[in-house]
Structures are given as structure tokens and as C-alpha cells.
Design a protein around this ligand. Sequence first.
Ligand code: NOJ
Ligand code: MG
Ligand code: CA
Length: 610
Amino acid sequence: MMKSVYIAFGVVVGAAMVAGGVAWAIIAWRGSGPGAPPPPPRGWWETADLYQIYPRSFKDSDGDGVGDLPGITSKLEHLVEAGAGAAWLSPVFQSPMVDAGYDVSDFYSIHEEYGKMEDFEQLVRRAHELGLKVLLDFVPNHASTESQYFKDSEDRVEGFEDFFVWADGLHDPENESNILPPSNWVSQFGGSAWQWSEKRGQFYLHQFSVQQADFNFRSPAVRDEMLQIMRFWLDKGADGFRIDGLPYLMEANPADHGGRYPDDPLCGRKEFGPNQLGYTVPLYTKDLIELYDIVYDWREFVDNYQRENGGDTRVILTEGYTNISMTMQYYGYGGRLGAHFPFNFGFITDLTRGFSAPDLVYCVLKWLTYMPRGAVANWVLGNHDNSRVASRLRPALVDGLNALTALLPGASVTYQGEELGMRDGRVSWRQTVDVEACSRGNEQTYQLYSRDPARTPFHWDGGPSAGFSSNASTWLPVASDHREINLERQKKEPRSHFKVFQALKALRKRPTLTHGDYIVEALSDKTLVVVRHLAPLDSFTLVFNVAGSSDTVHTDWIRSLKLPATVYVTSLSSKRNAGDVISPGPLELQAGEALVLQASSLVSYGHKLS
Ligand code: NOJ
Ligand code: MG
Ligand code: CA
């Protein structure tokens, strides 16, 4: 007997912003009709809930006031409870900690404050037992000036002469005895990007701090060493890497510029002095097209590693703050695959306090519009380099934004503490350790630059040092609001940010969210909706008033929502409860109120062809 064939029809896609891969997967699944088999599995990373652990501030096991690997291992269950599928650890490698571990002095060993190699192995073992993947932070652009690589390069040890970007200085026409840096390049942390080495009699490049020397990626030996480092950690069980600082990986080649490093053009704004970031336009120091091939080589490397060694996909996720077209090229180009995804920083860079619903929609659709067909989206609300969501935007928006990242298609990335709505801690100038704040700021201005407030210890409970450490003195002060905002309390309270977060993460495992179509629209200046649907299953709709005052929308305005609907989860700012019924008519939303509604499918499922 001929099997009935159904095709999907009448699927309301609204703005029709459907990522190619998503759409095809759905159609393929619907093809087998009602009572259809479950949707095809996705790669673990495609719908992953990635949780960023900042090792210094997660959990201190030995009472030295600094987080460590055994501390992380002891708290991995928290990630499971928070619905995460993978942990990304900010750097855990040997480091003098000038830039909190982003200045690696030995890429093959564990930083002593964090523990030993066995502690790392134990962490990975436990994570895998719990079903969690572990991603490491790979920092290829630079190494600590205390690394053996740098020392050997400075000493011109054979094989290491060109490991870093070295250059002769320029003669100072005004002062014979002075040597000027090779170009006007400015470091990300302010000041010249060139530092004189007395030993070598040349300048070396540092796009970040003076103690972070830039590797020379034109050297095949450097490229090869990077692969050895990745292989080492994959062999130790890492499931992939978050790759740091990619836009700065390469700089202009002097061979193309008459043998010298060309000056970056001046931006022309009078408020910037030559030592300030922003003085120049980084034409020769950022986003060089050659760097992408290196990323594509790394993708090939991890793919080959997986083919040779079996197991799940090893992923590479790239970090870079740059424009949308340069960002998208990290996904791949010209038939070559690149990152599994580049981090999407739109919610950090494009949203400012007081943003409107259209601002938010625009931000979401920007990524989905530019993303290559079949690629996987991702949504990042915060990280260790930026003010926390509650402080940067508004505390009332925490649940709604967590709901947004949960409902959108693709992966979501959560920085530790955002599941509790943690706020920036207060860190005085005296307590400030962030190299960026110390280099770019002074006692009056450091708060403009300091990343320390977002890095204060995690709030496990309301006790001394927030349950982070047995030590009353911690590497950064514990934020004083830990007595109100902490995990223990949020687990006990009937409604809390953490409970909302848990409900959202549980929802993300449903096929409607892993495989469904989506609509993202603004209903008004204040209210945004995201609809996820996958007939014949229930649809899920987020209705979110992002404004500081109430808004009344009409349920008729929400395309593809079949009423009555049931409230699945609400933000804390809502007076509604899970299980409440929403009937057709006007819908009043409080300031910051977010509702996730569950409704039966609007689309009648199939059209029988034969
Ligand atoms: C990006 C990292 O997230 C940041 O913390 C660091 O300072 C720079 N890259 C340099 O490694
Ligand atoms: Mg410790
Ligand atoms: Ca570089």
C-alpha cells in the first residue's frame, strides 16, 4: 500500500526570516505526516546552552580567595540544574595573570592557583559523567612576555626568532638619540602597541597589554604550534574551544608596504590623543582578510580530529567585536567552513539603556539576515568583558532577555551569574586589578573601562563571601547584594530569576524550539513577540514589554497565536502565574513584563496528497 504523503502547508512564517538549514530540517520532518517520527537530531552545539565559567570567580575550594578547578568540579551540578549543556572555561592555563589569564605563559599547563593537570582531568571526567561538554578558551593572538616562546624569541634562539612581531624603530628627526616605534598603532588598552626590548634591540607588537606579545602568524612554526596546543587539549578531553581576540590575529605585512609597518589612518577626532584607542582607524591592525584562512584551517583541524578519534563534534567558537560582514565571515567562506559560530555580541554592542522593542527586533533580525544559509545562530547577553545585564540595561529586563535568548533559534550563551540576575559589584580604584582599567583609566576615570565589576565572585548563598570562599578576603570583593541575590535563596523562593531560567531552559529542549519556525516582531514601540511553531505541536510565544512603563497590545496583533493560550512562565515583574489562561482581547503588560505562552498549533497540520 502506498504510504500517505503529507506536505506542510500554510505555515505562517511572518517575516519569513527562516534560516535555510532550519527550514529544510522542518520540511523534511513534516514530510512523514501526523504521528511523524521525532525530528532529526541536531548536533549538540546547534541548540546548545553554553555556560561561561570565569574560573577566578566561580568557586574557591582551598580558601585562598581565588576560584579554582576543584571548586568548579564541585559545582558542575549547578550547570546541569541551570539546564546548560556545555561549560566554557575562561583561560585556566599558566599565567602571570596580568590580564586575568588571557596572558598565557605556558599553553600546556594549568595555572597553579587553579590546580594541577589532574584537577583538570577530574573536571572533564565529572563534566562528561554529567553529560556536559567542556570548552576551553584558546588565546592564539598573544602570549605572556613571561612565556618561554617570548624569552626564546627575544634571545633570537634558533626557530623562535620570528615567533613574535618584531620590528626596528624609526629614527626621531627631532632627537638623534631617540628611537620611535615602527608605526602609530595603538594598543587596545591604550598607549603605543609597540614596546621596546632592550635585549633584542627591537620593538615587539602587543595589541593588548605590554605583557601580551602578539604572535607572528606569518610564521609557519607559529601556526604549527597552535595546532599542537589544540591537539594537546583535545587529547585531554576538551570538546572544543572558544577562540580569543581573532580580529587582531594578523597585521599588515611590511613586504607589502615598502618594508615598513604602515601607519593606521587617523580618525580625525580631536578628543583622542595619539596614545588613546580611537585615535587611529585600525586599517592595518584589525580584521585582516588573511586571518580567516587560519580560522578555516582550525576548523579543518578539529573536524579531522573528530574523524580520526571519534566522539562528538569538537567545536570552535570565535570571539571578535567587529562589523556584521566581517563577523559573518567567521562562519566560513568560498566553500570553506569556519567557526561553528562566531559569538553574536549584538545584544551587548547594539542595545543601550532605554532601547525599544523595534531596536531589539532589529538587533535579532540583523544577525539572522546576514547569517549564511544553514548556519547556526547564537545569542549572548553578557560576558566577563562587559557590564552585567541588570546593570547595563535594567534589572527588570533580566527574565525577559533570558526568555528571548531561550526562544530564539540556535545556541544561547550565559555568563555565570546571569541566571540569578547578578549585578555589577562595586570595586574601588584601590581594589581594581583589571589591566584595561589600570592602563586606560586613573582614579577618576577607571570605572569607564573597568571590567572588574562584572567579574566579582559568584553568589552561591547569602553567607560570608557568598559561599564562594571560606576566606573573608577574595581576589575581587564579593558584591554586597549577595545577601539578596544568591542561588540558595532563589532555589527556595517560589518565584525567582533562577526558576524562570530553569523553566526556559527546559522549554528549549522541546522540538518546537529546537526545530521550529519563528516570527520576531515588534507589536508596538514597547512590546516584542517571538513565536515558535512547529505543527502539529504546541506553539510557544514570548510577549515582552521592554519599556519602563506598561503597554497594552491586542492579542489579534500576534500572528500565528491560537487563543486561548496558557501562561508557561512569566518574568518576576508579572502579576500573572504559570497556568493562567490568556483569552482574545487586549493584553496589558507591566513594565518589563515577559510572558511565554503555550498554545495549540494554529496551522492545521498536513494536506493529504494521496
Ligand atoms: C578578549 C577577552 O575576552 C578579554 O578578556 C581579553 O582581555 C582580550 N581578549 C585579550 O586577550
Ligand atoms: Mg582557590
Ligand atoms: Ca596579532
